[in-house]
Design a protein around this ligand. Structure first.
Ligand code: SF4
Length: 479
């Protein structure tokens, strides 16, 4: 009742300043500032701190009653933002009902600390089938088992590999990343494209350059293109991102068919409702975005607070905005090494389960890039390193929790490890990889992070020799 009352007062009080990300940047005079020149963003830090955490907001909505005296909320606007979060502030103004994901932090921590049923992991594992996927409790039980039982990892990985074969057979879906821009307003401590890295050459492809790049990768055989962009001010001009999507769509639709439907995947910043509507209308098939970590404190430690990406809450509900805009294929992921991996895997699974329940669509893909060093970044080593075996376990757990989703492998890893990950549950991977705009037509050495790029023809042949069937791919000789 309190919420309904507050919303009705705000809506009836005339024009209300919307706390959307777009508005926030406009108000703050956001620009691609020179590194260290945060003064060009007046009030930015203040505005960000105005966005209250919405995790407590959800709890308080369920409990009823007003928490304002203890929370120090002053204005009516602050009350609504606290109670509903920034996204709902928009929706409150437009009168649209909304749903938003909340990380079940306490539940996850107690599941990881639970010592009961430790010896029953084999029974739990045997019961996991495509029709009966692993729940959070099962996943936590298997993680705990792998800490102490030397037999557990092999058994979990083997079971996940069996499930993968049951669903996908020998198919391996191939994709190729194509970068549009590496100009970025953010300062993620783990990324060479962070704004303060003055040594990094910056580039945003023109539409013609981009078309050439897409033609190049379709000529190499790829039919799933992951468009990647940093949080670039240029690309935030209305309609600009949508035009790149239309170009990719057009080139793919005109390329000789491979037998599988071509796809345009977008991986960009955490888009607003309006931006989602624009890319949907331009023909995007899927939207992927990595949360990096679901642990708020670990997230804050690597995302300086005066830039947009510092807004954990805006990012964590991005798939609600995507799904509500009608984009039903979404990809979730963690940058392994930033937060504790066990917590993050469980949080990601909780997130995927929430999307499945709320919108009737499980995640299209689950990503697991691992921290790699890059030139010009202030952290040399991962704050929470993840071993190869832990990565294998994470792939397997994703498969057990979401048997029909793609587990998305990437060329941050050596080919020998990628093959093990494919055996243990992976189903989608890239082979050729340029992480600089224009990297396929004009190869350059600058890179966002250390990675490999494998020759497409030889690697596809090697996969086929091992019994895999690469999909969404048409060899150049067959074009
Ligand atoms: S990770 Fe993305 S948002 Fe962060 S600095 Fe790099 S390109 Fe920008």
């Amino acid at each position: 009742m309190v919420v309904i009352y507050l919303i009705s007062v705000i809506v009836s009080s005339g024009p209300v300043r919307r706390f959307s990300k777009r508005h926030f940047e406009k108000d703050a005079g956001w620009k691609a500032a020179a590194p260290g020149n945060e003064d060009q963003w007046p009030g930015a830090g203040h505005r960000l701190s105005e966005r209250k955490s919405n995790s407590k907001a959800h709890q308080s909505l369920g409990e009823g009653g007003c928490l304002c005296p203890s929370l120090g909320l002053r204005s009516l606007e602050e009350h609504v933002i606290y109670l509903l979060g920034p996204v709902s502030m928009d929706r409150a103004c437009s009168g649209v009902a909304t749903a938003m994901f909340v990380v079940p932090e306490d539940d996850i921590r107690s599941l990881l600390a639970d010592r009961s049923k430790a010896g029953r992991w084999r029974t739990a594992l045997d019961r996991i089938t495509p029709d009966n996927p692993a729940g959070l409790e099962h996943v936590a039980l298997l993680i705990r088992a792998c800490r102490t039982d030397p037999d557990a990892l092999g058994a979990v990985v083997t079971h996940a590999g069996r499930l993968k074969s049951e669903i996908f057979g020998p198919a391996v879906k191939l994709f190729v990343p194509v970068y549009i821009s590496n100009t970025c307003v953010n300062e993620c401590l783990y990324c060479a494209y962070r704004a303060p890295n003055v040594e990094m050459p910056r580039r945003t492809l023109t539409e013609d350059e981009f078309r050439r790049e897409v033609l190049e990768v379709t000529g190499m055989g790829y039919r799933v293109i992951e468009l990647v962009t940093s949080e670039s001010i240029e690309l935030q001009e209305p309609g600009r991102l949508a035009r790149y999507i239309s170009i990719a769509r057009e080139v793919l639709d005109q390329a000789p068919a491979s037998g599988d439907a071509p796809e345009v995947i977008l991986m960009s910043w955490a888009l607003s409702d309006e931006e989602f509507a624009a890319v949907r209308d331009a023909g995007v098939d899927a939207f992927y975005l990595w949360q990096e970590t679901y642990d708020r404190r670990a997230y804050a430690a690597v995302h300086p607070e005066h830039v947009p990406k510092a807004d954990f809450d805006w990012r964590v509900v991005v798939f609600d905005r995507a799904m509500q805009a009608g984009i039903r294929k979404v990809g979730l992921g963690i940058l392994f090494g930033i937060g504790g991996w066990e917590f993050d895997v469980l949080a990601l699974i909780a997130h995927g389960r929430y999307l499945e329940k709320e919108y009737g669509a499980p995640p299209d893909a689950l990503g697991l890039p691992r921290f790699k060093h890059a030139q010009g970044i202030p952290i040399r080593d991962a704050p929470h390193p993840v071993s190869d075996d832990q990565l294998r376990l994470a792939v397997a757990l994703y498969r057990l929790a979401f048997p029909c989703s793609h587990v998305f492998l990437n060329t941050r890893e050596k080919l020998s490890l990628l093959l093990k990950l494919l055996e243990g549950g992976g189903s989608e991977m890239n082979i050729a990889c340029a992480v600089f705009p224009g990297g396929y037509t004009e190869p350059v050495r600058d890179r966002q992070f250390d990675h490999y790029s494998y020759p497409t023809d030889k690697t596809v042949a090697m996969l086929a020799n091992r019994g895999y069937r690469p999909t969404h791919f048409l060899a150049p000789t067959a074009q």
